[in-house]
Design a protein around this ligand. Structure first.
Ligand code: HEC
Ligand code: HEC
Ligand code: HEC
Ligand code: HEC
Ligand code: HEC
Length: 157
């Protein structure tokens, strides 16, 4: 119990597979200035298991033409030109014997930010916790959400 209580809601891990260092992307800049919905790019996050990442075409929808005169724009253009169709990949950090479904959590009205933190934190590489103790803390009702499954078979296959 003490261990679980001492656990933070988030853990920080850098260098995950989603990173594509060739293409700069800032959530904070896009979120604050454009107000794009998360699921515009993470199409699975509302209904699916995986949230997924955008395609290169999703970026080109807006970046067909130079949007500003910032030095970041020509760099982006050349990086997108070289990139493959799906520049970002998902590599799960959850063991295969665990079930985690984004859609059931979205349906329960848990915001992305509850698990992922702010846009600035996402940009800094902070990642949602995948520790059993932290899943269970919320499922027991300790985080202000309705209690949910705590029996082993609901999360384990
Ligand atoms: C314009 C497309 C776009 C929008 C809109 C967008 N994202 Fe992203 N998101 C990305 C890209 C691209 C990456 C991968 C960036 C990287 O790793 O450098 C990413 C990565 C992430 C990650 C890290 C995933 C991981 O574990 O590696 C999270 C979490 C995330 N986004 C959440 C959100 C949330 C929450 C919102 C809405 C507030 C949002 N995103 C809106 C494009 C987008
Ligand atoms: C809905 C339109 C839209 C989409 C989709 C979009 N962007 Fe942008 N992006 C913008 C706008 C507008 C700016 C300029 C914002 C500003 O400077 O205030 C921008 C700026 C940028 C910049 C420049 C930052 C700098 O240095 O000034 C980069 C890099 C960038 N976007 C990358 C991406 C990537 C990668 C994707 C796809 C994952 C993407 N954008 C998708 C509208 C979009
Ligand atoms: C209940 C907590 C929780 C909520 C709410 C949540 N996520 Fe996640 N998210 C996670 C966990 C845990 C992972 C790691 C999954 C893995 O490694 O398999 C993850 C992974 C991701 C990833 C990495 C790639 C992928 O396909 O899974 C993205 C992107 C992402 N989430 C975006 C979002 C967005 C956008 C929202 C809101 C619509 C959201 N998440 C809501 C917990 C959550
Ligand atoms: C911030 C709170 C929160 C966190 C963190 C969280 N969950 Fe949940 N989860 C919920 C809620 C609330 C529901 C209930 C949805 C419902 O009953 O409709 C749920 C439902 C589920 C379900 C479906 C249960 C069923 O009824 O069959 C599974 C499986 C699940 N979560 C797995 C996980 C895993 C694995 C993690 C950690 C990686 C996690 N959850 C983290 C709040 C959370
Ligand atoms: C809310 C979802 C959830 C429930 C309910 C749950 N687990 Fe887990 N469990 C996880 C996650 C996520 C992991 C992988 C991350 C980790 O090891 O903390 C995990 C990992 C484990 C591991 C491997 C730990 C290790 O150190 O390798 C065991 C054993 C385990 N669970 C047993 C159980 C048992 C027994 C129950 C029922 C009393 C249970 N779990 C209920 C989510 C859950």
């Amino acid at each position: 119990m003490a261990l679980i209580v001492a656990d933070l809601l988030f853990s920080t891990e850098e260098g995950l597979a989603s990173k594509n260092k060739a293409i700069a992307f800032s959530h904070e800049l896009h979120g604050a200035n454009i107000g794009l919905d998360c699921t515009h790019c993470h199409t699975g996050a509302r209904l699916g298991y995986k949230a997924h990442f955008p395609s290169k075409q999703d970026c080109l929808d807006c970046h067909r033409i130079p949007l500003t005169d910032s030095a970041g724009i020509p760099k982006l253009d050349s990086a997108l030109q070289k990139a493959k169709a799906m520049p970002w990949q998902t590599e799960s950090r959850i063991p295969a014997y665990v079930i985690f479904h984004h859609g059931v959590h979205a349906k329960a009205n848990i915001s992305c930010e509850t698990c992922h933190g702010s846009l600035a934190e996402i940009d800094r590489g902070k990642r949602a916790s995948v520790k059993m103790g932290e899943c269970l803390a919320c499922h027991r009702g300790e985080k202000g959400f309705a209690p949910s499954a705590t029996d082993c078979a609901r999360c384990h296959r």
